[in-house]
Design a protein. Structure first.
Length: 367
């Protein structure tokens, strides 16, 4: 698999205006002290700034060494310049560290927005949008079944039509993971990867890459109980930049958290499907030791009749927009009902409320 080669596995970040100006001043100062002119590189980003500072350090040390051979006392101006170069290098590293900490916080916040999802479709739709808040502009969620790559949902910042078209193309002609694509390696080994020089790379899905016009992208596996069941793809276009090892690491971290959510909603959805199947088989009657007779729903001791309708639809795996449509209310009203349900049932989130309802809340039937 093609992999990125970068100066470091850390993320390249933009430096603030003051630090950028400080490095430019150092370049001018070093040129005057060493009697030479240094190239005017753009040092507005961390990796370029580090390369320039390393160059200044080596040049200053070389002059200081030559001067020490002819003078017993080294020039103080060169020693002071070395100190300022080291201080600038430390400031650049601190900027990168701050950016890394903030990035981890963004990943955590993005995953937190998915905790109340109850179906795989809802999770994937919201997850693609959430991943676009952690440094990617286009994110694709897919499942993997029997070595077939099945596109599910996609978020493209500023171009939802492209997202719809790419998913539609992928669904009409799902690629096979037979070893020819980079995605085959990701699934086989359960490790994140990079696709570089995508427009000429022979191991990419040509139709999708041509549509997206991307030049590089990261891929991370979704793993549930040791098995790769899906993938997350991400790339950067606003403004365009090549993805690198740091993007791969970030996407892998997000995919790891998403995998836990995927395991959770698959269980919830399975329980909801089982409940619907049992109700269909029994014609709405509870199975017991004696003859069962269906009776009208009894009032719940905690929830209003409307809240009962809402949580029943939640338990059936319906997202807010479909609940609103079925009950002829707005999505905002649905969210308000959900808030009241969580408070009354003492549940921390929707999944916990549904679990309570499926386990203990069936006071709707009498035997």
């Amino acid at each position: 698999m093609a992999t990125a080669t970068t100066d470091s596995p850390h993320r390249d970040v933009a430096l603030d205006r003051d630090l950028h100006a400080r490095i430019r001043e150092l370049v001018v100062e070093a040129g005057g002290a060493l009697g030479r002119e240094f190239p005017a590189y753009d040092c507005s980003r961390a990796l370029a700034a580090k390369r320039m500072l390393r160059y200044l350090w080596d040049a200053t040390v070389a002059d200081l060494t030559r001067a020490s051979g002819t003078h017993p006392d080294p020039p103080t101006d060169l020693a002071a310049l070395l100190t300022r170069i080291r201080d600038a290098e430390s400031a650049v590293e601190e900027a990168r560290l701050r950016d890394g900490v903030e990035l981890l916080r963004r990943v955590r916040r993005a995953l937190a927005t998915l905790r109340d999802t109850t179906t795989v479709d809802e999770l994937f739709t919201r997850a693609s949008e959430a991943a676009c808040t952690i440094g990617f502009d286009r994110v694709l969620l897919s499942t993997v079944e029997n070595s077939v790559w099945k596109l599910s949902t996609m978020c493209v910042v500023g171009d939802p039509k492209l997202a719809e078209d790419m998913v539609a193309i992928g669904r009409d002609n799902p690629p096979r993971l037979d070893g020819t694509l980079i995605e085959s390696d990701v699934v086989a080994h359960g490790r994140a990867g990079l696709a570089l020089d995508a427009q000429r790379n022979p191991r990419v899905e040509r139709t999708l890459v041509k549509m997206s016009r991307c030049t590089s992208y990261a891929i991370a596996p979704l793993t549930v109980r040791g098995q790769v069941v899906g993938m997350v793809h991400g790339d950067c276009t606003l403004p365009h930049r090549e993805v690198d090892d740091s993007d791969r690491a970030v996407l892998s971290l997000f995919a790891e958290g998403l995998s836990h959510d995927l395991d959770r909603v698959r269980i919830l959805q399975g329980v909801a499907d089982l409940q619907r199947g049992l109700l269909n088989l029994t014609g709405g009657m509870r199975i017991g030791a004696g003859p069962a007779v269906a009776v009208p729903a009894q009032p719940h001791p905690l929830l209003s009749s409307r809240e009962v309708e809402v949580i029943e639809l939640l338990a059936a795996g319906e997202p807010n927009r479909l609940i609103a449509r079925k009950l002829s209310i707005s999505e905002g009203t649905v969210k308000t009902h959900v808030t009241h349900i969580l408070r009354k049932l003492g549940a921390a989130n929707r999944a916990e409320a549904v679990s309570y309802w499926l386990r203990d809340g069936s006071a709707r039937f009498c035997v």
